[in-house]
Ligand binder design. Sequence first.
Ligand SMILES: *Cc1c(COP(=O)(O)O)cnc(C)c1O
Length: 356
Amino acid sequence: MSRPIQATVSVSALRHNYAVAKRAALQSKVFAVVKANAYGHGIERVTRALVRADGFATVELDGAVATRERGFAEPILLLEGFFAPAELPVIAAADLAVAVHGDEQLRMLEAWRPARPLDVFFKINTGMNRLGFSVESARGQLERLRSSGVAKSITLMAHFATADGPEGIEEAMRRFNQATHGIDLACSLANTAAIFAHPESHADVARLGIGVYGATPFAERSAQALGLKPAMTLTSELIAIQELAAGESVGYGGTFRSAGAMRVGVVACGYADGYPRHAPSGTPVVVGGVRTKTAGRVSMDMITVDLTPVAAARVGTPVTLWGEGLPIDEVASAAGTVGYELMCAVAARVPFMDAA
Ligand SMILES: *Cc1c(COP(=O)(O)O)cnc(C)c1O
């Protein structure tokens, strides 16, 4: 027997979520974003589950090349493009599409004599202020890209900073339209939040990240309300039970103290598994199918949970940390973070399993 923690990834949930987003995006193509090892779900597993996707987008070159080598024939977009000239022949050989967001990349392209030209996503900075050509410089830089002869197609691209919030995308759209007015090229703008909240941004290619994994980008709209199902379920078991008298504490620092006599369960899952160390006492957890809460600090290999509502709990009782039966967004919110971070942080020591 090995330690009972395990992450299960549902192929049918991934496909369901992709289909939900595809319907929401109407006629647009939808690329599934599989950066960061498919948001922690495993890029090979996810790209196999979504072989019928319109395309994939990622950040890591090795995962993109491996996806192509497994036979995926649709576009695979590198969202940050390339970082050094040596990557260009590899990118061309695998026929990957690249974001081009800055002057240094343009210079590398101009200096390169490609055996095959590339599909280029020309990125414009519409207010995120991370990557992209400024609204003012975009036309001139686009001309440089065109005359370099390295692009076999050009798609105009931007990324929203506030598609998930009350600020919305109006100002970003205004800047994008100002930069690209009169230029007749395909466009790619929308992330998950914009797919669900801003149809005017769907354009030719949408980029679906968090939604395909069944979590929400919104603070105020749950994944369930969007019609999404959790792809990853993180489970473990109780490995010990403690009977506390009133006034006893649990765990490092003794931050939780029992008001009366109570039972506390010890779960084989800690921050070295990717459970957020900052999750305070009271973070939701499901034990034996019953919702309860954590009690005391998260330690490296264990968390402790209040068994008051779970009279039947014993050593070996199953525990769900997040996923089916407990939205990852609720755990993230209790821990002061977002579902994105929790799913990306599941540690290498946690075994992953496929589920139908
Ligand atoms: C990660 C990423 C996305 C996906 O964002 P979600 O909020 O997960 O849908 C889309 N576009 C770019 C450029 C990204 O880096």
